[in-house]
Design a protein around this ligand. Structure first.
Ligand SMILES: Nc1nc2c(ncn2[C@@H]2O[C@H](COP(=O)(O)OP(=O)(O)O)[C@@H](O)[C@H]2O)c(=O)[nH]1
Ligand SMILES: [Mg+2]
Length: 194
């Protein structure tokens, strides 16, 4: 995918605030600090389209971006961040489930996981939601550069077992080396129809 433009559109917490559902849309989620913002920035060749930080914010927003004026990327709030107040954390589930179940233009979602970590219950629950709402998912193992090539492959197999999926369904990715960028784009293009 050649990126000609990538721009922030708006933030939302509820459907009335979402942009009009016109263009095909693809969303990203994962545990806080997993590398979601870095992954989106790598895909669109921008350093800071999506803000990256070591201290995730307290407000949890759904952020919409317009890519090539042809389709939308959606940065869903990350889950599992311990320092987020309980009141905010409680809103995550309903906010995300509302988005997944109502967004007519949603073509797929990438669940981003850390290649070094066995997925948690929230990752498993998220995959269940995707099955339940019949939304295609792309499962990505990021920060692959942090492991040796051998260790990456062992982790890919171990995580596949934990998720009950084929290991070839897990894409190894690195925002640092750009490993996996083309594979992820191919998958996204297939889903959004470009
Ligand atoms: N080595 C390495 N670090 C990464 C990678 N992706 C993200 N990071 C780092 O992980 C931290 C969290 O990244 P960020 O994209 O803000 O995560 P988010 O909270 O999921 O959006 C930052 O310090 C990033 O520089 C990667 O592929 N490799
Ligand atoms: Mg982020």
């Amino acid at each position: 995918m050649i990126i000609k433009s990538a721009e922030f559109v708006k933030s939302a917490v509820k459907p009335a605030q979402y942009p009009d559902a016109v263009l095909p849309e693809f969303a990203f989620t994962g545990r806080s600090n997993v590398g979601k913002s870095s992954l989106i920035n790598t895909l669109v060749n921008r350093k800071r389209l999506v803000k990256t930080s070591a201290t995730p914010g307290r407000t949890q927003l759904i952020n919409f971006f317009l890519i090539n004026k042809m389709f939308s990327f959606v940065d869903l709030p990350g889950f599992g961040y311990a320092k987020v107040p309980a009141s905010v954390r409680k809103k995550w589930g309903p906010m995300i489930e509302t988005y997944l179940s109502t967004r007519k233009t949603l073509k797929g979602v990438a669940l981003i996981m850390d290649v070094r970590r066995i997925p948690g219950i929230q990752d498993l629950n998220f995959i269940e939601w995707l099955y339940y709402y019949n939304i295609p998912g792309i499962l990505i193992l990021t920060k692959a550069d942090k492991l040796s090539k051998t260790k990456r492959l062992t982790q890919q197999a171990t995580i596949a077992k934990a998720l009950s999926v084929d290991k070839n369904d897990l894409v190894l990715f690195s925002a640092k080396s750009r490993l996996g960028k083309d594979v992820v784009w191919d998958a996204i293009e297939g889903l959004i129809g470009y």
